[in-house]
Design a protein around this ligand. Sequence first.
Ligand code: SF4
Length: 380
Amino acid sequence: MVLIKKSLKSSKTLGKIPLLLYGRVFMETIFSTLKINLLDPLLIQQYLLPWYDKNRRVLPWRALPKHKPNPYHVWLSEIMLQQTTVSTVIPYFLNFIHLWPTVQALSEASLDDILHAWQGLGYYARARNLFKCAQEIAKHYKGDFPSAQNTLLKLPGIGPYTAAAIAAIAFEKNTSPVDGNIERVLSRVYSIDIPLPISKSLLKHLAIHHTPLHRPGDYAQALMDLGALICTPKNPRCILCPLKDFCRAFQNGKAEIYPLKVEPSVKPTRILDALWIEDRSGALLLEKRPHKGLLGGLVMVPIPYLNKNEENLFFKEETFPLKGFVSHAFTHFHLKVRILRSFIERDSLPLLENQFWCPLPDISQQALPTLMKKIMHHVL
Ligand code: SF4
């Protein structure tokens, strides 16, 4: 037992190595060594699907019962839902399908318009990949999403989770997407004493073990809904749960401690200056960030050194720093921005290729990231 736990930890990659490498026999050996008794594969679906039929969430991307799902809606929602809550995503999703009702229409849009519609959702690489993916589907698949998980995986922005979600939900393929909600439910049902992310592959295997041949898409969505509505991170409502009779964490009175988690490492903090430069007519100097890298393709005031190797703006004019900092969290670091403000004669500053003057009242027409909105709020 100790040996297996050590080997799981030392690889620290169990969640990243393809499950098939382990093989079913190896995983079953691990389960038996860790004394995890597998439940009957049919057990969860037998209790869960009737609960889902009565309690499912009504979401704009979800097909109504007995209706065929729209793969474009499933894909768009899954991309938007990465790192983002359902309530935040709903208005963005509705706006996107209003602006671009089909993947073909999305593929014919401009990236600037897509980034503009995406502003506020964060993680802008998703929007750029969304556009690339739409173009590939239009060009190579005549606007129809492929249904095979392996083919989906080759498309821009589609990782293993999203490929499994689209295959199961849009095409009823017998596969198991495992998101945070599903990890939580299965960690509790099996009271898995190995912390996340080390336990990811174990949980994936458990999800596969319970995936039904019939209604795999509903099964995945039922687990997601159970995690969102009943088996919540705090104060799970076990008494209302359809799985309570065989949930080991509930039976041991320990539901809330699962899933165990490895302490996250502390993110570093970077402190940088943003240049808020206005000309005498009240126009602001903006720049469109390079497509690759942080906030790619979006419009910001210049923040020299935001990309470590980017060209610096050589700016000699007198500036005065505003009080306080604007704070923003990126995936790998926290950013604290000090704002240096100055007023200049427009002709005195040679612009870089990606820079331009924008009258202040017109700024909202640009694709602005949340960081820029925070900076504007701080200054204006
Ligand atoms: S019984 Fe409680 S802990 Fe177990 S799956 Fe249901 S809500 Fe989660």
